[in-house]
Design a protein around this ligand. Structure first.
Ligand code: SAH
Length: 254
């Protein structure tokens, strides 16, 4: 029996219905949607991943956790590894590359402190997962991937997932994306031996750049740029794939 049947009978169903219309309260409110029309909830495995790997290790910013809930991680791993999608580790995505460990994506995103208005540059699109999380939290994301088939796959996937604010370019990220500079935030998800100078130059005043830096021993480095110049902070030890292309050529040339 419908919930309002008794009340409807008592008030007279016509009167009750018009009251509903006047108060603007729909009879069947739509489920809560946010961001890019994805439901703001995760399936139970993804929810467990967020609780056990991310919240438990100290990432608690509600906006970051909501973004992690909205983006289905399983869509970003190869179908053959779907059962492993929520594992506490990076996973292979082909072409010798990996999708980052969930905690690292959450930790890096948290450090960026996104308010929703930023123009972001990511170097190393890979699976597109980090780009998707950034797309949930920033105004616009530009992301560069050097392996052409990965760039193509991620571009198609992000489009299918409804991200209209993410642009994927194939190429070497060493020189950034000068046509769109300056950026409020720049994130590298492949490790150069040193942060490429063109990327620092494309950082807006007030902007921040986050990058894994080093060869065998890597550290996550956070750079802030203000009127006085560049401020560099070392965060945690990490292990990312190396940044190839010009970053590597420069290292080997005299
Ligand atoms: N952000 C990714 C992590 C991908 S791993 C994710 O969420 O899945 C790092 C990626 O950086 C790899 O796909 C690799 O091909 C790419 N990469 C390495 N050197 C690069 C360069 N010079 N320019 C652009 N992409 C690069």
């Amino acid at each position: 029996m419908p919930r309002y049947a008794d009340r409807g009978r008592a008030l007279g169903s016509t009167l009750w219905l018009s009251a509903v219309v006047l108060s603007g309260c729909p009879l069947n409110p739509p489920p809560e949607v946010a961001g890019h029309s994805r439901p703001a909830h995760a399936d139970s495995e993804q929810e467990r991943m967020i609780e056990e790997q991310i919240v438990a290790r100290g990432v608690r910013t509600p906006r970051v956790l909501d973004a992690l809930r909205r983006v289905p991680r399983a869509a970003f791993v190869p179908p053959a590894l779907a059962a492993e999608a929520h594992r506490d580790s990076p996973l292979p995505i082909g072409h010798g590359q990996t999708i980052s460990q969930p905690f690292i994506v959450a930790y890096m995103t948290d450090q960026l402190d996104l308010s929703g208005n930023e123009k972001v540059l990511e170097i190393g699109t890979g699976s597109g997962y980090q780009a998707a999380i950034l797309g949930e939290l920033a105004r616009r994301v530009y992301t560069i991937e050097i392996v052409e088939p990965l760039a193509r796959q991620s571009r198609e996937l992000l489009e299918r997932q409804g991200f209209e604010n993410i642009e994927v370019r194939t190429g070497d990220g060493y020189r950034g994306w000068p046509e769109q500079a300056p950026f409020d935030v720049i994130v590298l998800t492949a490790a150069p031996p040193e942060i490429p100078q063109p990327l620092i130059d494309q950082l807006a005043i007030g902007g921040r750049l986050l990058a894994p830096v080093g060869r065998w021993h890597q550290e996550l480095v956070l750079i802030r740029r203000d009127e006085d110049g560049i401020h560099r902070e070392r965060l945690i030890g990490v292990r990312f794939v190396p940044m190839v292309g010009e970053a590597r050529n420069r290292e080997t040339s005299p």
